[in-house]
Design a protein around this ligand. Structure first.
Ligand code: NAD
Ligand code: FES
Length: 295
């Protein structure tokens, strides 16, 4: 069992939890994720790692209540436990494996949308700890929906909050802030965008025009998280990839976001899953390709 040390509400339907998971905390890196389960029969919920404390053995997760399982999770309090807490899963962020001196020469722009601030935070914190100042744009619908502000400000070189309703920071979506920064003469060698798929799609359309290489972190529906079931299948350039084992980070200019969003909707129903199996054939599954793990 994995005990919840702290449970806190950050904004409407957005929650933060510190969970005792020493083995995950010892090995995880920015960019990776965990899959949690509340009970024996509970749904498996993939969540990006927001922070980790190796000495204390703590993993911080942030999640949005969007369905029955996450709503039940939101009801957990400090002292309650998760039945399973599997991880670290996926590949660590591509940037942290680069040569530090080379990385220091780059101008890096992080763009977070809504709850996407949670997976962006450990990457920015890692950069700060390695002496790299990065620019960070965080967008939310309203000021009340902006999360992790103090934490992000403490580790970002420049922090640019944006709100869709214009009540705080830059008035408008993250893409209009990127355009503004470029108009003001800023130049970037790489952009990392994490948030809703629609945001990542439009950030990528813009950065492609601006010729800024862009990394995105994909969070399609996941079931096993080990490349077997095929739930998280994506088209990236000419290749079929599985977010849980090949990602979650990919070259944003190669990801087929329209297909990913359509697939996300289809995967929710039995009929949709049957149609995907038919359309995708042998490439429907990752891993062995024959396990039928999504059934
Ligand atoms: P949201 O809908 O409030 O959007 C957040 C910000 O994204 C907006 O303020 C805006 O600046 C930007 N944005 C949204 N649509 C845009 C568009 N069409 N063009 C340009 N910018 C746009 O975000 P939310 O409600 O927090 O989003 C929740 C979604 O984020 C869920 O679907 C969740 O699955 C996803 N999410 C993704 C990740 C990830 O790893 N990619 C992590 C956490 C959450
Ligand atoms: Fe990725 Fe199953 S969750 S293949």
């Amino acid at each position: 069992m994995y005990k919840i040390r702290k449970a806190e509400k950050l904004a409407d339907k957005i929650y933060l939890m510190d969970v005792e998971a020493p083995r995950v905390a010892k090995h995880c890196e920015p960019g990776q994720f965990v899959i949690v389960k509340m009970g024996d029969k509970g749904e498996r919920i993939p969540l990006t790692i927001c922070d980790y404390d190796r000495e204390e053995g703590i993993i911080t997760i942030v999640f949005q209540s969007v369905g029955a399982s996450t709503e039940m999770m939101a009801g957990l309090k400090a002292g309650d436990s998760f039945r399973d807490f599997v991880g670290p899963l996926g590949c660590p962020s591509e940037l942290i494996s680069e040569d530090i001196e080379e990385l220091k020469k780059k101008r890096i722009l992080f763009v977070a949308g809504g709850v996407g601030a949670a997976p962006v935070y450990p990457q920015v914190k890692w950069m700060h700890a390695h002496g790299i100042d990065v620019d960070v744009i965080v967008g939310a619908k309203t000021k009340d929906m902006l999360i992790l502000e103090k934490e992000m400000e403490a580790v970002a070189g420049n922090y640019y909050p944006c709100t869709d309703d214009g009540t705080y920071g830059h008035a408008g979506m993250v893409t209009s802030k990127i355009e503004k920064l470029i108009e003001e003469g800023n130049k970037y060698d790489v952009c990392v965008a994490i948030g809703p798929m629609i945001m990542m799609k439009f950030v990528c359309l813009l950065t492609k025009k601006l010729e800024i290489p862009t990394i995105v972190s994909m969070n399609p529906i996941m079931v096993d998280g080990t490349g077997m079931c095929g739930a998280c299948r994506l088209q990236v350039g000419n290749e079929v990839k599985f977010a849980c084992v090949d990602g979650p980070e990919f070259d944003g200019h190669l990801v087929d976001f329209d297909q990913a969003m359509k697939r996300q909707m289809m995967y929710k129903t039995e009929e949709g899953r049957a149609m995907l199996r038919l359309q995708e054939g042998d490439t429907h599954h990752g891993g062995c390709g024959h396990c039928g793990g999504d059934e």
